[in-house]
Design a protein around this ligand. Structure first.
Ligand SMILES: NC(=O)c1ccc[n+]([C@@H]2O[C@H](COP(=O)([O-])OP(=O)(O)OC[C@H]3O[C@@H](n4cnc5c(N)ncnc54)[C@H](OP(=O)(O)O)[C@@H]3O)[C@@H](O)[C@H]2O)c1
Length: 338
């Protein structure tokens, strides 16, 4: 397959440290250019990463006919506007999570995709990691009986007011940044949508009111997911899937070590000290490489991108409902995704 020629919108930390190096290792991606609001910053990133072209504005990169696809790692409030502009320039778009500021805004991407005919998808890299395909296979195959309960945590400590995550009007806050992962992975494994959700949020007035501690209950037809996410707790991530006959847990659910092996534990629960525990290990891989290659194949060969916009809108609708519930103090139904 001829490699897809990619351009990157913004010299974002996630792009320069993780996603670009990983895509460069893939079979299907060629990173041709990187754009920054600051030409020198773009040039430095290009030199360091061996990228041939650097642009001093996003517009300049979108006007380059050599760029076929764009990776958008801008702050959350710029996901939809710049992805729409990229689509209108005829570029395919892989856009960082969360897909937008809310479901209503994200719907613009569906319209842009259908109007322009380009591929647009969310960069929810966990969706392509083999450990999740295996967890889904084991759960659907009945290995833990009937899945009834999912319990997740995701946290880190970041009180830097200059960080994009601590700017509320840019889509900051823990739910948007990391709460989206327990929502996404519980939806993946249940294979259905929560009918209603309940949320509680603690906001930090010193940081403009971003949510720094959010907990939610997602009520699925088959069972419950409860999760807590926080930008002001020690670094932690876990997802535990409890069934009537056992439990499955990935060692590192979301930020699997790039190029490292991954493990999941399956416990049949015969005793509380691990007597029924089995560990499955996965060959070393990088979920960002897999994501870039899968997206590029969809561009060249047709077929679905790894995370479709329809799926992203459903995830966003759950995020919106958690926010609404935290405000109303009532259960809220995810809505408005199609
Ligand atoms: N999938 C994952 O594993 C993962 C991990 C981390 C982050 N993310 C997502 O990636 C995105 C970026 O996160 P990050 O931590 O890499 O952020 P970051 O380092 O702050 O990068 C954001 C970039 O956006 C550009 N930008 C444009 N307008 C801006 C503005 N008004 N303020 C600040 N920056 C602006 C800047 O690039 P220029 O100055 O070069 O124009 C900046 O470098 C977020 O949406 C986040 O959710 C995903």
């Amino acid at each position: 397959m001829r490699k897809v020629k990619w351009g990157v919108l913004g010299a974002a930390k996630i792009a320069v440290t993780r996603v670009i190096p990983a895509m460069q290792l893939g079979d299907c991606c060629e990173i041709v250019g990187i754009a920054s609001r600051d030409r020198e910053k773009a040039g430095k990133a290009a030199r360091e990463l061996g990228i041939p072209k650097a642009y001093g504005s996003y517009e300049e990169m979108l006007a380059d006919p050599e760029i076929e696809a764009v990776y958008n790692p801008l702050p959350n409030h710029l996901h939809v506007p710049w992805s729409v502009r990229a689509a209108e320039a005829g570029k395919h778009v892989l856009c960082e999570k969360p897909i937008g500021m809310n479901t209503a805004e994200a719907r613009q991407l569906l319209e842009a995709r259908d109007r322009t005919g380009v591929a647009i998808g969310e960069a929810f890299m966990v969706a392509v990691h083999p450990q999740w395909a295996r967890i889904i296979e084991l759960v659907r195959g009945g290995r833990i009986g009937e899945l009834r309960s999912v319990v997740g945590t995701f946290s880190y400590y970041n009180v830097d007011p200059a960080n994009v995550r601590n700017v509320r009007e840019w889509g900051g806050g823990g739910l948007m940044d990391i709460g989206c992962y327990p929502i996404k992975t519980s939806r993946m494994v249940f294979g259905e949508e929560p009918a209603r959700v309940f949320g509680a949020m603690t906001r930090d007035a010193r940081l403009g009111g971003v949510d720094v501690l959010t907990s939610a209950i997602l009520e699925y037809p088959q069972g419950h997911c409860v999760f807590t996410c926080s930008m002001q707790l020690q670094q932690q991530q876990s997802m535990r899937f409890y069934g009537t006959k056992g439990r499955i847990e990935p060692e590192i659910p979301f930020n699997a070590t790039p190029g490292g092996t991954s493990r999941i534990t399956i416990d049949d629960g015969r005793d509380l000290t691990g007597g029924g525990r089995a560990v499955e290990e996965f060959a070393a891989c990088d979920q960002y490489t897999l994501q870039g290659d899968r997206f590029s194949r969809a561009v060249r060969e047709g077929g679905a991108v790894p995370v479709t916009l329809e799926d992203s809108l459903r995830n966003m609708a759950v995020i919106d409902a958690v926010v609404r519930s935290a405000e109303t103090g009532k259960w809220e139904k995810p809505a408005g995704w199609l």
